[in-house]
Write a protein of this length. Structure first.
Length: 497
């Protein structure tokens, strides 16, 4: 039973689930097994609906990156099929936090918000709370939750998210207790489970899971496991289904997309995958994230240069401009090789926007190292950069390195880097003033009802007077005025295909 659920076939899938015999044997095939549990959970939700006299509400809160956002769409797809009403408020019948643990402040936010949920639960004792995502893969977190957060009903990790229907069923059958299921790792990729998209016209698609790079500051390889790629046929089929359902822009997701396909039975390069994606008719824009500089091939640069669909935006995390620190970070490139790579991209694709991630305060980092980072920022001329304060993650090699930098020094260095980054990207973004560009209209402007917000191929946002019927369409907009990091514009022609 291979089902990709979209708006058109949701009723059909629903009818299929209705027909599943929940008193029969549990199917052996993993996908069928999860549909079987969806049928079982649906009975529980129906009973709850009767008791409440309305559909129960469920709120899914996402912390962290695009991967988590995509995982949340999978959770929402299943929750809708089993009968929940998806709501925005956390004062509801079921709340799920899809957590992140890349930096410690994300963890602290989860604990803070759990305190708030405890109050809601006191007012509504049959309320259910679930936690999932990267933070749950840390044994110390589970210990703390078991000890001090007994009111949480369901806890699962990143490797067994495909078992969500089965876990939901355990939660219902566990009568208010705490259900915990965390896997250390997995090599399983389960296809064809339902997904609900946040935007009808654009979508993220996982092309691979996990990471093998073990940068010394990073917890991701420990919580997301080893690198595994999805088969190209499965990826292409998913994108075709999305395009048939109205999607015009896709974002291929992986921790290191440049090493895509290496561990497949029939190895494929990322550039080869992109070539196949490019041929999908009706698809207008292709984005991808994240590229590790050490694996970005000439084959890929040449393909991007000639592609009509690959967006003019490349995220190329630098982390540090100091070769000494890069070595300690296990990034496997030097300041010079990174600069060479960036120069090659700028030369072959002049209109390509380059964005980056920078960490300030890695153990042993000195003022001289910061000057090296600032030098790279100046030389590469980033269009956008995310600057992070180093966060010490227990279990990573960097956590036990000598020379942890004091907070006040980190703060000073951070401000210096941030200032340079902002100065450089302000200039870069401004260069398009007066030009007419294609933007994909994404939503109504949150602040001004008369404005629509769209995204240029290079990822810059543009606000312009327009109506809601433009959402999801590609339109030509003249960039009238640059306001810092975004543009105010005006539409110059009717929609563009
Ligand atoms: N501290 C600070 N930033 C980190 N990142 C990853 N791990 C850490 C950490 N321990 C940043 C990196 C990465 C981005 C997603 O998060 O810059 O590219
Ligand atoms: Fe973390 Fe490095 Fe893997 Fe990125 S490439 S997820 S920074 S270990």
């Amino acid at each position: 039973m291979a089902i990709y659920v979209n708006k058109e076939n949701a009723d059909e899938v629903s009818a299929l689930i209705e027909k599943i015999d929940i008193y029969g044997p549990v199917p052996a095939n993993e996908t069928e097994r999860q549909y079987y549990y969806m049928a079982k959970v649906r009975r529980h939700v129906e009973a709850l609906t009767k008791e409440l006299g309305r559909k129960p509400g469920c709120c899914v809160v996402t912390f962290g990156c695009q991967m988590n956002a995509r995982d949340s769409e999978k959770l929402v797809g299943i929750l809708q099929l089993v009968g929940y009403d998806i709501v925005e408020t956390e004062q509801t019948d079921f709340v799920i936090y899809n957590t992140c643990t890349v930096r410690d402040n994300a963890n602290q936010r989860v604990y803070g918000r759990l305190g708030e949920l405890k109050r809601y639960k006191r007012q509504n004792p049959q309320m259910k709370i679930a936690l999932c995502g990267c933070m749950m893969q840390e044994p110390a977190v589970i210990e703390k939750l078991q000890k001090s957060y007994r009111f949480v009903n369901l806890i699962f990790g990143t490797h067994n998210i495909f078992k969500f229907p089965e876990l939901l069923n355990s939660m219902f059958e566990n009568n208010g207790g705490m259900t915990i299921d965390i896997w250390k790792d997995t090599d399983q990729i389960v296809e064809d489970l339902p997904v609900e998209r946040k935007y009808p016209f654009k979508s993220g698609i996982n092309i691979m899971f996990g990471c093998n790079n073990f940068c010394t500051y990073c917890i991701v390889p420990y919580v997301r496991g080893r690198e595994r790629s999805r088969r190209p046929e499965d990826i292409i089929a998913e994108i075709e289904a999305l395009v048939a359902d109205g999607v015009v822009e896709i974002m291929l997701l992986g921790q290191n997309v440049n090493s895509y396909g290496k561990n497949l039975e029939h190895p494929v390069t990322f550039a080869q995958l992109l070539e196949r994606v490019e041929q999908i008719e009706g698809l207008k824009r292709i984005r991808f994230m994240t590229s590790h500089p050490k694996d970005l091939s000439d084959e890929l640069i040449d393909l991007m240069a000639k592609s009509k669909k690959i967006c003019r935006h490349l995220h190329l995390p630098l982390q540090s401009g100091s070769t000494r620190i890069l070595k300690a970070m296990n990034r496997v490139y030097t300041k010079e090789s990174y600069l060479e790579l960036a120069a090659k991209i700028r030369e072959k694709i002049p209109d390509m926007a380059i964005s980056t991630d920078i960490i300030v305060g890695f153990p042993g980092e000195t003022f001289e190292d910061i000057l090296e980072t600032i030098d790279v920022v100046e030389k590469v001329q980033y269009d956008n950069a995310f600057t992070f304060i180093y966060s010490r993650r227990t279990g990573t090699p960097a956590a036990s390195m000598a020379g942890q930098v004091p907070d006040d020094v980190v703060k000073k260095h951070f401000d210096l880097v941030l200032q340079k980054v902002q100065e450089v990207s302000r200039e870069r973004i401004r260069q398009y003033e007066g030009q007419t560009v294609e933007v994909l209209v994404e939503e109504k402007n949150g602040q001004d009802e008369r404005l629509m917000t769209g995204r240029m191929s290079n990822n810059t946002l543009v606000h312009f007077p327009g109506t809601e019927d433009l959402i999801g369409k590609l339109v030509m907009v003249r960039l009238v005025r640059c306001l810092g990091f975004y543009y105010m514009g005006e539409q110059v022609a009717k929609e563009n295909g």
